[in-house]
Design a protein around this ligand. Structure first.
Ligand SMILES: [Cu+2]
Length: 449
């Protein structure tokens, strides 16, 4: 009783503060894993001397769990710096990956420019081998195309190469190392070109999501980039339940941009709503091509943009629908230990799983009830032992998960998150929690630091 009353007063205070502070549009633009980076980004936006497009023409794309890449201005040229380097990424509470990325992030930070911008991008190579950068889908002069030995010399370790071009397109592009194994170990990032004439209709929320897949053995952290089979699937470098939910206001229009750089195609499915496909890696699609659907196949090397009206309140799943892409690798829970019995309904096995799981922040194993005679049924178990709640584990609990039902994380795995369509009061509550959070980024650090 007293605790719920305290919560009420807390929430009321937060709600009041949010009314004083920021309007709903700005609130819509702060649902990011990296608000600091976004503040930097918009600060630069406001500093632009030649701001010909008015501020409300577009809202910035938010890439949950990935920062934006800040820039400086040299005259009218936007100057970016990308450093290719090894990155440790805790993709779920019990699995850390030795990936390669940019500026401490995998995928790399999101670049956002306006159509017509001149950009200069310094690419510093802090990898142990040569690399280069390809601007995927962008029409750039051949010497900016980033193919080693064809359009440029490879960038040697320790060297910096400078790319410069004018972005005359609009749409959802990406940058990546032009080497197959380097792509598979994480060297990719989003490149958004906002249109000169705003898209119609206007979107209230705009999210970017990079799809990646990884083959990593238990007790290992280095992805096998030659593998054809993948046991870890990520949205923006995290697997569910660590992926930050997409928080949107009931009644708003939502744009989601997906890019895929891996070995598989991903049918991304949204619950409870129909969307239209409004763009590809080639830019905006004409409205005459839009049709209602709720699953979009994001092929390798493609980007797909979808939009929908968030009409129905609730926490709606959005996920790759390939069944094996909706799983996390349970083998990692075992680490160097073995469960002593093959009988998974054996109480000893259960208690051993519980002990192992508790060590990494899993609160309960095995949530859903099972039948008395479960073990006599051929095929059992299927999902019974995958349901692990880690609601409060580091990297899982965050403002965007505020108000979700207890054990929500038990069913969240792999390439999956939620679109949380929230009514005004709850939406504003979550937004003010996001603004007030102290440590917005999931635990992550560079090698050697
Ligand atoms: Cu998939």
């Amino acid at each position: 009783m007293s605790s719920s009353r305290r919560n009420f007063f807390q929430n009321a205070a937060i709600y009041g503060a949010s009314l004083l502070g920021l309007n709903s549009r700005l609130g819509a633009a702060t649902n990011s894993g990296a608000p600091q980076a976004n503040e930097k980004h918009s600060a630069h936006h406001h500093a632009l001397p030649t701001r010909k497009v008015e501020t409300h023409a577009h809202i910035p794309v938010l890439t949950p769990d990935v920062p934006d890449l800040p820039f400086t201005l040299d005259g009218a040229t936007k100057v970016f710096h990308l450093r290719a380097e090894p990155v440790k990424r805790k993709i779920v509470p019990f699995k850390t990956v030795d990936a390669w990325g940019y500026n401490g992030s995998c995928p790399g930070p999101t670049i956002q420019v306006n159509q017509g911008d001149r950009v200069r991008i310094h690419v510093e190579n802090a990898l142990p081998e040569s690399t280069s950068m390809h601007w995927h889908g962008l029409e750039v002069p051949i010497e900016q195309d980033g193919v080693p030995f064809i359009s440029q010399k490879p960038i040697a370790p320790g060297e910096t190469y400078t790319y410069e071009f004018t972005v005359h397109q609009e749409g959802t592009f990406f940058y990546h190392a032009h080497s197959a194994m380097q792509e598979m170990i994480g060297l990719i990032g989003l490149f958004i070109a906002h249109p000169q004439s705003p898209y119609v209709p206007h979107a209230d929320h705009d999210f970017g999501i990079v799809l990646q897949e990884w083959a990593i053995l238990p007790n290992n952290s280095v992805p096998n980039t030659a593998s054809m089979e993948f046991n870890w699937l990520t949205f923006n470098g995290l697997s569910a339940p660590s992926v930050t939910p997409l928080v949107v206001r009931l009644g708003s229009r939502v744009r989601l941009r997906f890019v895929n750089l891996g070995m598989d195609h991903h049918p991304i499915h949204l619950h409870g709503h129909q969307f239209v496909i409004t763009g590809t890696e080639g830019g905006r699609a004409p409205e005459s091509t839009w049709y209602p659907t709720n699953t979009v196949l994001v092929g390798v090397a493609q980007s797909k943009v979808v939009e929908f009206e968030a009409k129905y309140p609730g926490d709606w799943m959005i996920h790759c629908h390939l069944p094996h892409h909706m799983m996390n690798s349970m083998m990692d829970l075992l680490r160097d230990r073995q469960i002593q019995t093959a009988d998974t309904t054996d109480p000893r096995a259960l208690s051993q799983m519980e002990t192992l799981a508790r060590g990494i922040g899993v609160e309960h194993v095995h949530h859903s009830p099972i039948a008395e005679n479960a073990n006599s049924i051929p095929g059992f178990p299927q999902d019974a032992f995958m349901e692990m709640s880690m609601d409060n584990a580091p990297g899982v609990s965050k403002p965007q998960t505020h108000g979700l039902p207890v054990n929500w994380s038990a069913g969240m795995m792999g390439m999956m998150t939620m679109v949380r369509v929230l009514r005004d009061k709850q939406y504003d509550e979550v937004q003010s929690l996001i603004r007030n959070q102290k440590s917005p980024q999931p635990e992550e650090h560079r090698h050697g630091s």
